[in-house]
Design a protein around this ligand. Structure first.
Ligand SMILES: Cc1cc2nc3c(=O)[nH]c(=O)nc-3n(C[C@H](O)[C@H](O)[C@H](O)COP(=O)(O)O)c2cc1C
Length: 244
């Protein structure tokens, strides 16, 4: 396999064609009873947590290729695939980005609350800047690999949604390989200074997120992260119900 190719040896295009052919012969799956244990895929989604501390050990390069391959197969509106990826695995560069984003955060925190409310999305920046050095939450959490899924702003409809789906594919593929991940919205700050040039972000692409990837320190799965139960409006058989 040449340097430039990302495709894995699994050759998913061929594999998928075989699966497609099989699908015609496939029977409707059996219904599992209500209350049956979660299956492997459901459990993977339920147990995924944001990992905010990583080992220094780098992730094998072929893992990242594999993860990007799963990303590439994400759904997108009109199959317009409005993305491309930047991978950063250079520790000095990540440290530099970390310092830059923190500095920008500090500038934002020094704004008046009115200025801040008008210009930034409501994130507790104090978390990043208020704690003693080394003790606070970090921007990239010490992850050895960052994937920046860039958004092609010409995407059909709402390309942000497609980017969210790519990100989910990437994150779940990484989880399945035993890696920790975290979305990093603060990475958007890298749209300033000389970062777009250095990273090669050019119109019509926009840097909107980063995904931190690495081997986890600790066990983020034990983090209790509250989820709300939203009422679901349900129409069936001519009736409307509210379900939880
Ligand atoms: C688009 C997006 C941006 C996020 N940005 C950050 C971030 O900059 N820093 C961070 O530590 N977590 C970030 N998160 C992680 C969320 O805080 C986390 O998903 C949420 O608290 C739920 O926790 P869980 O992922 O462990 O289930 C982000 C999540 C999403 C979806």
């Amino acid at each position: 396999m040449g340097e430039a190719t990302l495709a894995t040896d699994l050759a998913p295009d061929k594999e998928l064609k075989k699966l497609e052919a099989k699908a015609f012969r496939k029977k409707t799956p059996e219904v599992i009873p209500e209350g049956a244990p979660w299956n492997e895929i459901e459990e993977g989604f339920l147990k995924r947590r944001s990992v905010r501390k990583y080992k220094r050990k780098q992730v094998p390069e072929h893992y990242i290729k594999r993860i990007l391959e799963v990303g590439r197969f994400a759904a997108s509106q009109g199959n317009c695939q409005p993305w491309k990826f930047i991978v950063v695995r250079d520790k000095d560069m990540i440290d530099e980005m970390e310092r830059y984003v923190l500095e920008q955060m500090q500038l934002m925190v020094s704004m008046s609350p009115e200025q801040a409310a008008a210009s930034i999305h409501p994130v507790p920046y104090g978390l990043l800047t208020g704690s003693p050095e080394g003790a606070g939450i970090k921007v990239f959490h010490g992850a050895p690999t960052l994937i920046f899924p860039l958004m092609d702003t010409r995407g059909i409809g709402h390309p942000e949604i497609d980017l969210g789906i790519v990100g989910t594919n990437i994150i779940m593929a990484a989880c399945s390989l035993g890696l920790g991940t975290c979305w990093v919205g603060f990475a958007e700050t890298l749209n300033a200074g000389d970062w777009p040039k250095r990273l090669g972000v050019e119109e019509p692409y926009a840097l909107i997120e980063a995904i931190a990837i690495g081997y986890e320190v600790g066990h983020a799965q034990s983090n209790y992260v509250q989820r709300e139960t939203h009422a679901t409006t349900w129409f069936e058989g001519g009736k409307q119900r509210t379900m939880y």
